[in-house]
Design a protein around this ligand. Sequence first.
Ligand code: NAD
Length: 487
Amino acid sequence: MTTPVYENFINGHFLKNQTGDTFAVKNPATDEVIYHVEIADEFIQNAAIESAKQGFAAWSAMTPIERSRILLKAVAILRERNDELAKVEVLDTGKPWQEAECVDVETGADVIEYFAGLAPAQVGQQQMVGNDFYYTRKEPLGICAGIGAWNYPLQIACWKSGPALAAGNAVIFKPSEETPLGAIKLAEIFIEAGVPAGVFNVVQGAAEVGQWLTANPNIEKVSFTGEVGTGKKVMASAAGSLKDVTMELGGKSPLLVFDDADVSQAVSAAMLGNFYTQGEICTNCTRIYVHKNVYQQFIDELKTRTEQNIIAGDPMDPEVNLGALISKKHQELVLGYIDKGIQEGATLLTGGKALSPASAPNGYFVEPTVFVDCNDDMTIVKEEIFGPVMSVLVFDDEDDVIQRANDTHLGLAAGVFTKDIQRAHRVIHQLQAGICWINSYGNSPAEMPVGGYKQSGIGRENGIETLDHYTQTKSIYVGMSNIESPF
Ligand code: NAD
């Protein structure tokens, strides 16, 4: 059987590359190649820049309300095609249908809708300075690049294009080479909605294509989602042409469960924050600090629910709630971390092995895994694993656990479970993380800015402030009287 070959999406249509080079994309749940994608060669790269220049000229000349109307049409199409798009995400990522069907497309559409609504609300300032005055305009940056990770491919493309397009920019987006189809679908939807050709282009490939984007002097900004190490390379390369950067990077986030917490709720949060999307979520609370008074109760319930309530298998089966990891390589990496945890003295409470479910025997599954008897120096407690692996630690003192939670160069997210309202805020205010939850975990509505402290990121996505990351302020001074000059 021949599989489809997708070309790059430039200037409103698919465009064939000249080298003929392609890469294969596998379904992580079956280990089968499902399609090929052409790599963006020099011809495509040049065409993408020309296309984006023209797209920018047309799009930035429209009024914000016109842009808003068009983007809202795209939102409606995204929602109409929810199931078709969700299926693309399941086949590309290996995540369960029951998640993609209600989260991936929906949360992407929400963010475009949110920024479409804000587009006409962007205003400058005006201020008198003596008899003269100045005013400011919020102008788009020009061509912005988006580079995506593989865990939420369509959602990431929406989260980056929503504010960029609402502010009047053109975008060249490079999805992860593991999950390239969602962004193509979004590009088609933008065209169908009436976004002019050239405003949203998709280039395909791995690191080399990403490097080209970050180095190209025609591009004003790079918004990157991926690993900390890659983020550093992207930022260094972007510095060559002084591009603005947004960095959405990795985490090793703590969840603090105090002894007055609703323990069942805390277990729910811990499971969501470690096993949803088979653990491949940047904000996951992979370090769970539990107060010694409720530790036994917490791990007893956690073990029971993990062993009884998780169903791994064909991700398209609506009953399945644990999918396959993105690749064989990633599965091996995660299993390697589990081995390291055992070697360094942590105790496996449950899980720890690769899985081969009857309905998806060739998929890259890993059992939902919980380590107890962990300490802060273990590799599994320090490094991002990006799989279904949770480490549980004990504490008995509030100040001490805050210090332990903060003892990391990462700072993406954090959570606190307690019924003491003052403690909840007192503790969360001291945690060094950009995205925090009290008696909750993982929700990320379009209205709420998200991004990391420390090495977890720079800038924010979502929320009103993100529009500032896609605009530049022009100040215009207006003289109302004769110029006073010594010359
Ligand atoms: P990755 O860093 O390997 O790749 C991300 C993207 O960068 C891919 O499109 C890749 O092709 C591209 N790339 C690779 N090398 C590049 C280079 N030198 N220059 C430019 N682009 C380059 O990350 P991944 O494995 O795809 O994703 C997992 C990581 O993403 C995890 O660390 C996770 O925490 C992080 N993540 C963060 C967020 C967030 O919002 N903070 C969201 C999702 C994922």
